[in-house]
Design a protein around this ligand. Structure first.
Ligand code: SAH
Length: 258
């Protein structure tokens, strides 16, 4: 008996064993001995994780999938969390231990998974997984590209990002409408910003809200001094700015307010 795919849970089960193994192999094992798989479904990825030397935990929201896992992966049973990854308290669940995150993620919440990982980055040295290709590209894109946006800057401020490979719809049951992409995020050695983090997030989000405009126009709502707004950076558009430039700008804005 297998699990019947439920659309509202973003269930697209991977059929291709080689691809499952390649995704599992994308974990480097650097800096952790525990891995959390989000959304194991029927365990196609999980079985390759269980072969590795780290300890694998899984979190799955779908009871039918959990029952399937309990029957088919007896040695995993004590490490299955039934629940919603977006709702769990990470430091409680993992006792402040570092762990890597992996998954063939449910696409409807994949950006939120990345933002939750960023918020808990002191505990998450690595995240590998499959996203809708367009989202995978956005996360890993560099300045100057159309796909470069809020999630690119906020992720790359804390993680080095790599686009690993593309996966076609045909290897899933049921097939999604779009291509998928597998990426790896490796936490930067220094993942603490030299500026106020809340302000940095606000500057990035406000700038990209109107990505076609210059920074001078898009940051109007921040009520900056005329003197600061003469800075050359305000003639640029957000998609041209590097992470370092966003950080520098945040510093200038912080000083401007004083
Ligand atoms: N890893 C499996 C299934 C991928 S489909 C495979 O590759 O075949 C995505 C999985 O995420 C489904 O099993 C779905 O039930 C689960 N899921 C969806 N939302 C979730 C959430 N909020 N927390 C945990 N798991 C979730």
């Amino acid at each position: 008996m297998s699990v019947k795919a439920k659309k509202h849970l973003g269930q697209h089960f991977l059929k291709d064993e080689n691809i499952a193994k390649n995704i599992a192999d994308s974990l480097t094992e650097n800096g952790y001995d525990t891995v959390l798989e989000i959304g194991p479904g029927m365990g196609v990825l999980t079985k390759y994780l269980l072969d590795r030397k780290f300890t694998t935990h899984v979190i799955e929201i779908d009871r039918e999938s959990v029952e399937y896992l309990e029957v088919h992966y007896l040695n995993l049973a004590s490490r299955i969390i039934t629940g919603d990854f977006l709702k769990i308290d990470i430091s409680k669940e993992f006792n402040d231990k570092p762990f890597a995150v992996i998954g063939n993620f449910p696409y409807n919440i994949s950006s939120q998974i990345v933002f939750k990982a960023i918020a808990n980055r002191h505990q998450i040295p690595e995240l590998c997984g499959m996203f809708q290709k367009e989202v995978a590209k956005r996360i890993t894109e560099k300045p100057g590209s159309k796909a470069y946006g809020i999630i690119s800057v906020l992720t790359q401020a804390f993680y080095n990002t790599e686009y690993l490979f593309t996966v076609p719809p045909t290897v899933f049951n049921p097939p999604p409408k779009v291509d998928s992409g597998v990426i790896r995020l490796t936490r930067k050695e220094n993942h603490k910003l030299p500026v106020d983090e809340q302000l940095f997030f606000k500057v990035v989000k406000t700038a990209f809200n109107q990505r076609r405009k210059t920074m001078r126009n898009s940051l109007k709502s921040l009520n900056l001094s005329d003197k600061l707004r003469e800075d050359v950076i305000f003639a640029e558009r957000p998609e041209q700015l590097s992470i370092e430039q966003f950080i520098n700008l945040t510093q200038k804005i912080a000083n401007d307010a004083i």
